[in-house]
Design a binder for this molecule. Structure first.
Ligand SMILES: C[S@@+](CC[C@H](N)C(=O)[O-])C[C@H]1O[C@@H](n2cnc3c(N)ncnc32)[C@H](O)[C@@H]1O
Length: 223
């Protein structure tokens, strides 16, 4: 189910002006191929958050075809490193980034983000730390992604996670009547409890798109 009222979402989507024509084309391509990319209302929220935060460096976990990475680079001029585990999807992201002319701003890395992040952390310098980490990959690994993101974050960095309400299932079992997603739901609930209970982070959960958590990290890497 949609976590937001259909009529309200449709109305908000009529206000969506999109990004540049080339990114609109990439959104249309992803939607046609049923590649899950950030929803329009989530995109609007994240772009304005980034405009307020004005990050220099953003790390994304889960590139898919490169849509959100290019969107962030275009929308706020930051440099984006994005990680994609699936080889074919990584190659599509890479060619989209090149064909759309974002290769000076967007770097696509291939591999399981848990390994790639460990490698990024080894020997990272102060200047290479990230202002924002956007987690948008396998939901059952969100806690691992979070823990691995911390040493990569500057103080006062934002960690933003998408899909945390899982079509309402995080809030109530009634949205998973056949208990198909029991384990993912349990893991997501544990993750939310974890991040909302940390003394070094301030977290809020917004019912936008499929649920977005926004956390401000006060003592990154020093926990
Ligand atoms: C929801 S899509 C990302 C959408 C993209 N952020 C956007 O909005 O354009 C999630 C992607 O994460 C990738 N993924 C899943 N688990 C991963 C992992 N452990 N490491 C890296 N990528 C992963 C999937 O292959 C998939 O392409």
């Amino acid at each position: 189910m949609n976590i937001t009222n259909k009529i309200i979402t449709s109305y908000i989507n009529t206000l969506y002006t999109g990004s540049s024509p080339k990114l609109n084309e990439l959104r249309a391509f992803a939607e046609e191929k049923r590649v899950p990319i950030i929803l329009k209302d989530t995109e609007g929220l994240l772009l304005n958050l980034l405009r307020i935060k004005r990050p220099e460096r953003l790390l994304e976990i889960g590139a898919a075809v490169g849509y959100s990475a290019c969107c962030f680079a275009e929308g706020c001029g930051c440099s984006v490193t994005t990680i994609e585990a699936d080889k074919e999807t990584y190659e599509t992201a890479l060619s989209n980034v090149q064909n759309l002319g974002f290769d000076d701003k967007v770097k696509v890395l291939h591999g399981d983000a848990r390994e790639v992040m460990e490698n990024l952390a080894s020997g990272i310098s102060e200047e290479e730390l990230y202002d924002v980490v956007f987690i948008d990959a396998a939901k059952s690994h969100y806690k691992a992604f979070w823990d691995l993101a911390l040493p990569l974050c500057k103080d006062d960095a934002l960690i933003i996670c998408d899909n945390v309400l899982m079509k309402g299932m995080t809030a109530s079992d009634e949205y998973d009547p056949n208990k198909k997603y029991k384990t993912s739901i349990r893991k997501m609930r544990e993750f939310i409890k974890y991040i909302t209970g940390l003394d070094y982070a301030d977290t809020c959960i917004l019912p936008v798109g499929d649920g977005v958590s926004i956390s401000v990290i006060r003592k990154a890497g020093k926990v």
